[in-house]
Write a protein that binds this ligand. Structure first.
Ligand code: ADP
Length: 390
């Protein structure tokens, strides 16, 4: 429509009125399309590309109020500006139309100058709306293309890296020709770097799926103690290598939670991994879970480097890392906490932290308890094997 003639729908039951408006509209360089009642107007609006509507109020079959109500309740029509055309003494009905969402009004007989002014102001608003819509659609398309690109690249990179990790394991453990200590040390380094790359690829692919709303979760009843045990087991080597002490305080009678086990594991691994990375050797890490209202709160506390007040507002942002040497000498992409926060929120929980530089940090997330309508009996029947709670 930019600069080009607009299509204006004239809705009036009197042919003479329609004709006058059509002529005036054509003289202004636009196209007038006439119908005789609201019902016909809605039919036209659904098939034609209409830029604005001039709407009479009193009409048979469907009057102006009903037409406005339908238009404003339909997201595909609500943005089309409507100017009510009414008799001079009809102020009350005009006011009602405005409250129903009409943009403006004109009195009959329609003054040519006022008509031109109303059309121009409505069309410039419509143009702005159309431009915003086009920009929004273009941004969405670009984002979707980016998402597809990231998924494709992630997939293509992941397979060779997984194979490389497999070959380093083969060389380390095949037993055919045991590696020398020098070779062993470098194989270990290669494995570490490979794993780091694989994690980065997984994180990028997760972030892209979260941003596009395509991350699927499969919640089911879970025992937090078991989830914590699995995460701790995965990080045991790292904790031992740094001689960090770990305390896990999860009450045996903690209720089941409602979550996705893979994603809960990812959350715990991220928080525990960070606690270990950003805590000096021989530091202490504690995992505590408590029940609070309808949720369970899990806190991972460390005696590490802490987070400065300047960094605190940013650490959940993707790719953000504190600039201190204690942080930058550790491997990381700055994606972990941003993904963790999304994963917690997607499962209905919240995440927050407290920290004191040089003393330590405590990250807490909540996860919903099993919904009350899933009775213990129903759960046992559905997932008997998984409920190995102490
Ligand atoms: P990464 O660890 O890969 O840098 P994260 O998103 O997990 O990325 O964390 C973002 C930043 O938050 C870290 O770079 C670090 O500055 C800070 N941070 C996270 N956890 C801790 C922690 N337990 N102690 C101190 N700083 C932390």
């Amino acid at each position: 429509m930019d600069g080009s003639p607009a299509t204006i729908l004239i809705v009036d039951d009197l042919p003479a009125n329609r004709l006058v408006l059509e002529r005036q509209i054509e003289r202004l360089g636009h196209r007038g399309l006439s119908v005789e009642n609201g019902q016909r107007a809605l039919e036209a609006l659904r098939v034609e590309r209409i830029d604005m509507v001039l709407l009479d109020i009193m009409m048979p079959v469907m009057n102006g109020f009903e037409t406005l109500e339908v238009m404003k309740g339909d997201p595909s029509l609500a943005h089309i500006p409507v100017v009510v055309v009414s008799a001079l003494n009809d102020v009350e009905n005009v006011a009602r139309c405005i409250s129903l969402g009409a943009e403006d009004f004109l009195f009959k007989p329609v003054d040519r100058v006022l008509l031109e002014a109303r059309i121009e102001s409505c069309l410039s608003r419509k143009r702005l709306h159309d431009r915003e819509q086009a920009a929004h659609a273009a941004a969405e398309a670009a984002n979707a293309a980016k998402g597809r690109f990231v998924s494709l690249v992630a997939h293509e990179l992941k397979s060779p890296i997984t194979a490389l990790i497999g070959y380093t394991d083969l060389l380390t453990h095949s037993g055919e020709q045991p590696p020398t200590p020098f070779q062993q040390e470098h194989l270990l380094r290669m494995r570490k770097l490979g794993t780091l790359l694989a994690t980065l690829i997984d994180d990028l692919s997760d972030l892209s799926r979260i941003e596009s709303g395509h991350l699927q979760l499969s919640p089911r009843p879970l025992a937090l103690a078991a989830a914590a045990r699995a995460a701790v087991a995965a990080l045991e080597g790292e904790l031992k290598a740094r001689r960090q002490r770990l305390r896990v305080e999860i009450p045996a009678d903690l209720p089941l939670v409602w979550g996705d086990d893979i994603r809960l594991n990812q959350i715990l691994l991220n928080l525990l991994g960070n606690a270990s990375k950003y805590t000096p050797d021989e530091g202490e890490i504690t995992v505590v879970a408590v029940r609070r209202d309808a949720a369970v709160e899990v806190t991972v506390r460390d005696t590490g480097v802490g987070i400065s007040p300047a960094d605190a507002p940013h650490i959940f942002e993707p790719f953000y890392r504190a600039r201190s040497a204690a942080v930058t000498r550790q491997p990381g992409s700055g994606l972990g906490l941003s993904i963790t926060r999304h994963l917690v929120e997607l499962q209905g929980g919240r995440i927050w932290f407290t920290s004191e530089p040089g003393v330590g940090s405590a990250f807490t997330f909540s996860i919903l308890m099993l919904p009350a309508d899933l009775t213990r009996g129903a759960v046992d029947a559905a997932w008997p094997a998984d409920l190995t709670l102490r």
